[in-house]
Ligand binder design. Structure first.
Ligand SMILES: [Cu+2]
Length: 631
């Protein structure tokens, strides 16, 4: 029996598709955009876990290629029936991997594309790659309104296994109707015939240099790992949580709790990444349409890649497979999609006393990670749990930057950096929206903005040494729209005012902000209109089962953001209730030559740290390492 939060398995995916086909006439000409577990509401979860309530449901989004009309179905797997069928007029479901591949194949066989390539001296079509991007509504040409369209770059490899993203066929952009899979037009506005001398290879065999030598470094746990995995339930030290997965968010952490003596204390109900917005900040014809929504348009789950031992993860590793599906509704297994392992993490705490000597504890952490490859780019996501109650969420961005030819020999682009001879990488930003459904010792929490304020000279503080904390409860959604403020070292505390610690103060967890940056984008610009979430560092909403996607359910070709700005327009109360935090962080990527031809991982993170959740350091009971007393 699966746990109510376990992702759909292959049989359930197949069954959900079959039910929709049977009951709603979904046939050959349709595509399945998404098939996922319909997660039970918080209200039903306890009853489902105890078996008092039964039933398992799937959410299915599909569309008819013939008329472009999309539908969302609720499917009862236990009842073998469609129980909800919603027409979604004017909505474009997420892009599918099948469309991406079919588009690539179709374009490489298209006479117009072949002719445009020939004019550029490219005749070996086996080395050509067509990379399809989704549009924002503002950039859809009038004539194609209402169609499902893709906008494509063409690239070619310098050799059979050469890097396709090293050689951009600048100025050449087919526009495609993805439902009929036909070319609508070929933009071709750059035919100077130059072929920049780019060294864009990274495979050892293609490098004109010797590889450096490195000493072996191995990690072993001869007595086995320190965690247990029982189905999807993961236990390590005092932590326990449940692992979930879906096509859009990839890894989801459910029911995160800390065993504190006799009490299993809730910290978070659900943690995941709900959106990723990547506006390119270059108005040139080759780049102005690039406003990628890597989660809403493509799906981090669909893009999750298999991990390999010794390369992606070092040490004693446990892997979990994940199951997604193709656009025909057939399950697709991603082997080794999620990695679980322990890591040494340096010193946890230490003091050297002149009598008692040195007392040191080594820290270790439990790491749960996945990697996603979104065309040219990779995102590596690490959730790390620490012995002192801290949770760190780290993202590494690597892969290959988008580039194109510079306008003229020797010119310097205003909106990017020259990264190789004759090519530049446009500036862009990666905004990641973490959806943090914290339940600190229960569901009813209040978020406080905590600002540090210096004293003014006077009274009993003539030297103005005092530092105070101004703690402001966020009572409504309007107050919940928060921006990072370095000058007061702002952070946010998620507090349960109904539960006190042993010192008599309310228990809480602190969101320690880092890697935040402002959008630096005109609020009237189409890129901002579609992704207003990036206008604030933090949004706080009351939990609603159906509020999952901060830029709307269907960002593909969306004109505006129907997520957070729409929900929060009601300015609902968020005090002492079940709150959800939407934290916006990421990478402000001012491209460097050193990021070429493959980018050394750029690393950003934020933390959740207990703040009065415990009465003292919760890691006092960590034992000294066995061999740490020297000779
Ligand atoms: Cu980047």
């Amino acid at each position: 029996m699966p746990h109510p939060l376990d992702p759909l398995n292959a049989d359930e995916i197949r069954q959900a598709a079959a039910i929709v086909r049977r009951e709603r006439g979904v046939g050959e000409g349709w595509r399945f955009a998404s098939i996922e577990l319909k997660e039970p509401s918080k209200a039903d979860l306890t009853a489902l876990e105890s078996g008092r309530l039964t039933g398992r449901e799937a959410l299915v989004v599909c569309w008819n290629r013939a008329d472009g009309q999309a539908h969302r179905a609720v499917v009862s797997l236990t009842g073998d029936a469609v129980t909800g069928w919603e027409h979604l007029p004017g909505q474009q479901p997420n892009m599918t991997i099948d469309e991406w591949h079919e588009c690539d194949e179709m374009l490489r066989a298209d006479p117009g594309v072949i002719e445009a390539l020939r004019r550029r001296g490219v005749t070996d079509l086996s080395r050509v790659l067509a990379d399809m991007w989704a549009y924002g509504a503002a950039f859809v040409p009038e004539a194609y309104a209402g169609r499902r369209i893709g906008w494509c770059d063409l690239w070619y490899r310098g050799s059979e296994l050469g890097n396709p993203y090293a050689h951009h066929l600048t100025g050449l952009h087919p526009v495609v109707d993805l439902n009929t899979m036909e070319v609508l037009e070929i933009e071709d506005n750059h035919q100077d015939g130059t072929d920049p001398q780019v060294m864009g290879e990274y495979l050892p065999d293609l490098l004109a240099m010797r590889l450096r030598s490195v000493a072996p470094l191995e990690v072993s746990q001869p007595d086995g790992v320190g965690f247990t995995l029982d189905g999807s339930l993961l236990r390590w030290q005092n932590w326990q949580l449940r692992l979930g997965f879906n096509h859009r968010e990839s890894l989801v952490l459910h029911q995160v709790a800390f065993q504190d003596g006799e009490r299993l204390r809730s910290v978070a109900h659900r943690l995941s990444f709900a959106e990723m917005v990547v506006p390119y900040r270059d108005a040139s014809p080759d780049h102005y349409r690039r406003t990628a929504f890597d989660i809403g348009e493509w799906g981090l789950g669909f893009m999750t890649t298999s991990l390999s031992l010794g390369c992606d993860c070092l040490g004693e590793i446990t892997y979990l497979d994940a199951v997604v599906h193709d656009s025909r509704g057939e399950p697709v297994t991603i082997p080794n999609a999620i990695c679980i392992h322990e890591e040494d993490s340096g010193v946890l705490w230490k003091h050297v006393d002149e009598r008692a000597g040195a007392e040191v504890r080594r820290a270790r952490r439990l790491v749960i990670s996945f990697h996603a490859t979104v065309a040219n780019y990779e995102y590596l996501v690490y959730w790390r749990f620490y012995q002192d109650g801290g949770i760190e969420c780290e993202v590494r961005a690597t892969g290959i930057m988008v580039t194109s030819h510079i306008a003229a020999p020797g010119s310097r682009p205003a909106n990017g950096t020259v990264v190789d001879h004759g090519i530049y990488a446009p500036f862009h930003q990666h905004f990641i929206v973490a959806r943090l459904d914290l339940d600190v010792d229960g569901a009813d929490n209040t978020v406080y903005a905590a600002d540090s304020r210096p004293a003014l000279p006077g009274g009993d503080d003539p030297f103005a040494l005092g530092l105070t904390v101004e703690s402001t409860p966020l009572r409504t959604e309007a107050e919940g729209k928060q921006d990072y403020d370095w000058s007061v070292q702002r952070s946010w505390k998620v507090v349960n005012d109904n539960v006190a610690n042993g010192l008599g103060t309310p228990v809480g967890y602190k969101l320690v902000p880092s890697a935040t940056f402002p959008p630096l984008l005109d609020p009237a610009s189409p890129a901002f209109e579609r992704a207003q979430v990036i206008g604030h560092t933090l949004w706080v909403t009351p939990y609603r089962e159906d509020e999952r996607w901060p830029c709307g359910d269907f960002p593909v070709q969306a004109a505006r953001d129907t997520g957070l700005p729409a929900w929060t327009a009601a300015d609902r109360p968020i005090e002492n209730t079940d709150v959800v935090l939407w934290y916006v962080f990421g990478i402000h990527h001012m491209t460097r030559p050193e990021d070429w031809p493959v980018m050394p991982a750029d690393i950003v993170s934020f933390w959740l740290k207990p703040f009065g959740f415990f009465d003292r350091n919760p890691a006092l009971d960590v034992p000294p390492a066995e061999h740490c007393h020297g000779d």
